[in-house]
Ligand binder design. Structure first.
Ligand code: FCB
Length: 445
């Protein structure tokens, strides 16, 4: 069976500044929390850091050429706050802005629509030193940064997102401590959660005040949760993780309230008028999705939750994530009902890590990644057929890159990167995705 995607469907790829740029001390960039965290012993697999990453800061022209070859019509990237404002606020780094000028202009010249995400987890370290997202003021620092970016790029970039997966930035950054800034605690995570929600609201207001024609949203991260057993404590754990992971941002931002398992604890942080700030009209509903999660009770975790691996008979990626396109379909249906309504829906990240080998013919025959993509893109066709207005898909990711706590050990790219030479080598999945982007039908299996 072969089916075409609707005309005008957006074929995108997503990346993030710290994961690909490198050049961390060049041209006046200030340090972010990821620079500090990745240099702490034992935090990142292999002791890897994003110091060089994919060297995209210098190699962006070649990377944009790859995007054009791939046939993308949209490219999502993030700006590094501390490249633009080295101290997080105050003095602006002109050279940082100029880099994003060059990148934006190259993307546009390639006929690709740039989608800019303002925050992909790399808070300026100078702001973390003032309490970071645990400090309510951070929401205002963020809004000032958002305004600056809209002022500079709003003439060329219409699609902006306030945050990428703020849930992961709070839950892992200030909850379990596995991500920068590495803080473990419950109160810290809840404070960060509320400040990021406020930052989204203030950011949306600032962006719209600068240009009314911007197309704005937030990039959520929705994964269905299942309790690992029929035990009550596992069911409660699954509800808690669902609240922290999938609901803590879209609920207040779209519905104007915190999800039930968190609401009582959030009371102390909420000031009169906060929900009016947080709840701003969005122009699209975007979310990232990879798998479904199984959850059990864990008394030692700040939120008493732990992830459990998929059942042994399930197909998994190199991340240990179950390959479950049916979970994406279910999530799209649920997202429309709960949040999106008539807004267009975009899947802003989806993809898979597998152990890719360069074979003797110099190629990477990443058949498993192709099958993963085939399954998930099939779920999108099913959703469209069911009346869900999915307008675009952004694969994670264009390039292999720095996978946060897992360093360079996990490869998600359609393009292989040799970290010794920074050489780029398109994988077979690049051809597969490119054919679809250029209008081929998806062959369903
Ligand atoms: C998402 C992140 C992205 C990447 C993928 C694999 O949670 O937004 O940066 O790490 O997972």
């Amino acid at each position: 069976m072969a089916e075409h995607f609707p005309d005008g469907f957006l074929w995108g790829a997503s990346t993030a500044a710290y994961q690909i740029e490198g050049a961390v001390s060049e041209d006046g960039r200030g340090p972010s929390i990821w620079d500090k965290f990745s240099h702490l012993p034992g935090k990142i697999v292999g002791g890897d850091t994003g110091d060089i990453a994919c060297g995209h800061y210098h190699r962006y022209p070649a990377d944009v050429a790859l995007m054009r070859e791939l046939g993308l019509n949209a490219y999502r990237f993030s700006t590094s706050w501390s490249r633009i404002l080295p101290e997080g606020r105050g003095a602006v780094n002109g050279k940082g802005l100029e880099f994003y000028d060059r990148l934006t202009d190259a993307v546009l010249a390639a006929g690709i629509e740039p989608w800019l995400c303002l925050y992909h987890w790399d808070l300026p370290q100078a702001l973390e030193d003032r309490g970071g997202w645990q400090n309510r003021d951070c929401a205002h620092w963020y809004a000032d940064y958002a305004l600056l970016v809209a002022r500079r790029f709003g003439d060329r970039i219409r699609h902006l997102a306030t945050f990428n997966e703020p849930n992961v930035a709070t839950f892992k950054g200030y909850g379990d401590g596995e991500h920068a800034p590495g803080i473990r605690g419950r109160a810290s995570a809840l404070k960060a959660l509320h400040t990021m929600n406020l930052a989204h609201g203030l950011g949306m207001q600032a962006l719209r005040s600068e240009r009314a024609d911007l197309v704005l949203g937030n990039i959520y991260n929705l994964h269905p949760m299942e309790p690992a057993s029929g035990r009550d404590e596992d069911r409660i754990a699954a509800e808690m993780l669902d609240a922290m992971w999938s609901r803590a941002f879209p609920d207040p931002q779209i519905l104007g309230r915190y999800p039930a398992p968190l609401a009582p604890e959030m009371e102390a942080l909420i000031r009169p008028g906060d929900f009016e700030i947080i709840r701003q009209r969005q122009d699209y509903f975007a979310f990232n999705h990879y798998t479904r999660l199984r959850v059990r009770h864990d008394a030692d975790h700040p939120f008493h939750v732990a992830e459990v691996p998929p059942e042994p008979d399930r197909k998994v990626t190199e991340m240990g994530w179950e390959v479950a396109p049916d979970a994406l379909l279910a999530t799209m249906i649920d997202a429309k009902e709960r949040y999106a309504g008539d807004l267009p829906i975009y899947i802003t990240e989806n993809g898979a890590a597998f152990t890719d080998e360069v074979t003797r013919d110099g190629k990477i025959h990443d058949r498993e990644r192709i099958e993963y993509l085939r399954g998930y893109l099939g779920a999108i066709l099913d959703a469209i057929a069911a009346g869900i207005d999915v307008r675009g898909y952004f694969v994670w990711s264009l390039l292999d890159n720095f996978e946060w706590g897992l360093g360079f050990s996990k490869r998600f790219g359609l393009v292989h990167v040799d970290y010794a030479t920074l050489e780029r080598r398109p994988k077979d999945s690049f051809e597969f995705y490119g054919e679809l982007a250029r209008g081929a039908a998806l062959v369903r299996r």
